[in-house]
Design a protein around this ligand. Structure first.
Ligand SMILES: Cc1ncc(COP(=O)(O)O)c(C=O)c1O
Length: 377
């Protein structure tokens, strides 16, 4: 419950009305992207909202649109295997409750996304970390992963691509994960909210049609269409037939208890999904331009560098560790610079020499923020 030093410093900075160069922005609706407002608003005024058709999986028309999203990627997903949720966070709760008794364990990558701790705590699930290794690119430390497995381990989370490292799970890693999980009847839980934000030539495959092990795949409109305010996401159950039948039955019970996604949003999902094309084009070109600007500025000095990025919305900077990453982040904010960045330890980087920066930051703010950051370091 206690606020960290950076959030206290940020609150004080804002309260004093001081200018801020926020390099941590992750809310796409505040980043100056252009949305097709009339299509979005019209999609919410479908006359069909006047009737209630409860369905634990969510409306068929919305699930058909989600299956269509995967069909566009040449991945075959049945509408019967899809459950709509209000967020991927809610989807995690459904999955934890489907797989785990209180105290059971789920493996998560480290470094990764900080919200997992809260989501697991709320569901009485214990998280156990497995390391990702960096050597010109990221990979799973399978030795660490297998050592972390206990008789209580029920699943392994992979974030594809991971936040904030921006790396995808490679086909050979997927094959190995399938072997490890199939052998022990553990589930792969694949978080693919950033799947479409690819910076390289080859488009990585989804886990949605994975048959090699019990698999849950999560995604949603927060990132895919840049519409976090609509609270529309989904999970897909896949894998061996008997396992899937049991998982779907459990999920149906949980989802039927909540029926949480409202009708206007479900009816609008097909239109909201279409919005992804225009949004993704803008977001990916912003990410590319910010990365190019970062590289231009980094090339003019020798002390700091960045790690490889394959996709997603973030970049990890490696900076000299003269002090803790938190001290550095607080100093960047307060000591005349007014630059907000995340210290690496927020994402479980173990050393003090990492900072995390958002690549969807509006370009002028990004360029000036990076200039000030580099001048201080
Ligand atoms: C890896 C990852 N998964 C899930 C989410 C949350 O998505 P949602 O808004 O659907 O809960 C985020 C948000 O930043 C994320 O980074």
């Amino acid at each position: 419950m206690a606020p960290n030093r950076l959030s206290e410093a940020l609150a004080a900075h804002r309260a004093a009305g001081k200018p801020l160069l926020d390099l941590t922005v992750s809310n796409p609706t505040e980043c100056g992207f252009e949305y097709d407002s009339s299509t979005i608003l019209n999609a919410l005024s479908n006359p069909a909202v006047l009737s209630y058709e409860p369905n634990p999986r969510g409306l068929e028309s919305a699930r058909r649109a989600v299956a269509g999203y995967y069909a566009d990627r040449k991945e075959d997903v049945s509408t019967e295997d899809i459950f709509l949720t209000t967020s991927t966070s809610e989807a995690y709760s459904y999955i934890f409750r489907t797989l785990c008794d209180p105290g059971d364990e789920v493996l998560i990558p480290s470094p990764s996304y900080p919200l997992f701790d809260f989501l697991a705590d709320i569901q009485d699930v214990s998280l156990v970390r497995y390391a990702l290794l960096y050597d010109h690119g990221w990979q799973i430390d399978f030795h660490a992963l297998e050592r972390a497995i206990t008789p209580r381990t029920r699943g392994v989370i992979v974030v594809h691509p991971n936040n904030p490292t921006g790396h995808f799970t490679k086909p050979a890693e997927k094959a190995k994960l399938n072997a490890v999980c199939a052998e022990r009847e553990m589930a792969i839980i694949a978080d693919e909210v950033f799947l479409d934000f690819v910076l390289e030539e080859n488009r990585p495959a989804s886990f949605a049609a994975n048959l090699g092990a019990p698999t849950f795949t999560l995604s949603g409109l927060s990132k895919i269409s840049g519409l976090p305010q609509m609270k529309a996401a989904w999970l897909i159950a896949g894998g061996p037939r008997e396992w899937k039948r049991e998982a779907l039955a459990r999920l149906e019970l949980i989802a039927d208890a909540y029926l949480s996604v409202n009708a206007p949003v479900q009816l609008a999902i097909p239109r909201f999904l279409e919005q992804r094309h225009v949004f993704q084009k803008q977001a990916i070109s912003r990410v590319r331009r910010n990365l190019a600007e970062l590289d231009r500025q980094l090339a003019a000095q020798k002390v700091s560098s960045r790690l490889t990025v394959e996709g997603g919305w973030c970049v990890v900077l490696r900076v000299p560790s003269m002090r803790s990453d938190e001290d550095l982040a607080v100093a960047l904010l307060t000591a005349t610079q007014g630059v907000c960045v995340h210290p690496g330890h927020f994402y479980e980087f173990s050393a003090d020499d990492y900072l995390v920066v958002s690549l969807i930051t509006p370009e002028r703010v990004f360029a000036e923020g990076v200039r000030r950051l580099i001048s201080v370091i």
